[in-house]
Design a protein around this ligand. Structure first.
Ligand code: 13P
Length: 255
């Protein structure tokens, strides 16, 4: 089964509109539109999205996503952004359940499941983040945690919906720490996630769903990770803040 790798830049709370424009002018110099066979996505802070759209100037080779979305359609939810608003400004993807939102904003699998359903209903591609903490890994709970994140986060979705979304496996201990999971450990976790998808949503969904790795991905380790059979791309934080290193990671996925 060949799956198109997807490399996404999660800028987190970095890059205002001006910085994003500078990033994109450097990124254009990398001529990545010619780099076929890789889906490329930039996920800026909400307020930076229009500047990114403007700088892309209709270029279809890079998709744009948001870092979060409301589980409601509209109304009295101060500070929230709806799926319709994201679609209206041209977003195609939305990250949901990032570990920083789980950790600092108390997001649970059940709550994230509502956001995933809203995203799918609006035609957005959810990038659903899962992953264990160091304490959970050391307590031997890796598979238990990943299973509950997959089963509860994707509960109630159809096989086709699961086939079309993206799961990002991001071990919490590897995020922003410089400690990447070894390719062997990452591959084992990805294969396990795919097996859980298969149990619940069938072979076709398991074959089609793309599972990104995230956590200290950089140009130096991207090729080894991307060569693993169950790793279908990367969700990149720190190394995606510089056009040259983000471009190098994209090229690593294209080989
Ligand atoms: P880093 O690449 O900075 O470790 O961040 C990973 C991440 O959380 C992407 O969503």
């Amino acid at each position: 089964m060949s799956r198109t790798p997807i490399i996404a830049a999660n800028w987190k709370m970095n890059m205002g509109p001006q910085e994003a424009k500078e990033f994109l002018s450097a990124f254009k110099e990398e001529k990545l539109c010619e780099c076929k066979g890789v889906e490329k996505v930039i996920v800026p802070p909400f307020v930076t999205i229009p500047a990114v759209m403007e700088a892309l100037n209709g270029c279809q080779c890079i998709g744009v996503g948001a870092q979060d979305v409301s589980d409601h359609d509209n109304g009295a939810f101060t500070g929230e952004i709806s799926t319709a608003m994201l679609s209206e400004i041209g977003c195609k993807y939305v990250v949901v359940g990032h570990s920083e939102r789980r950790q600092y904003h108390g997001e649970t699998n059940t709550y994230i499941n509502k956001k995933i359903k809203k995203a799918l209903a609006a035609g957005l591609v959810p990038i659903y983040c899962i992953g264990e903490t160091l304490a959970q890994r050391e307590a031997g709970e890796l598979e238990k945690i990943l299973r509950s994140q997959v089963e509860e986060g994707l509960a109630g979705l159809s096989d086709e919906q699961v086939a079309g979304l993206v799961i990002a496996y991001e071990p919490v201990w590897a995020i922003g720490t410089g400690k990447t999971a070894s390719a062997t450990d990452a591959q084992a976790a990805h294969a396990f996630i795919r097996s859980v998808v298969k149990e619940t949503f069938g072979t076709d969904a398991a074959d089609k769903v793309r599972i990104q790795y995230g956590g200290s991905v950089k140009p130096a380790n991207a090729s080894e990770l991307m060569a693993c059979p169950d790793i279908d791309g990367a969700l990149v934080g720190g190394a995606a803040l510089k056009a040259a290193s983000f471009a190098a990671i994209i090229r690593a996925a294209a080989i």
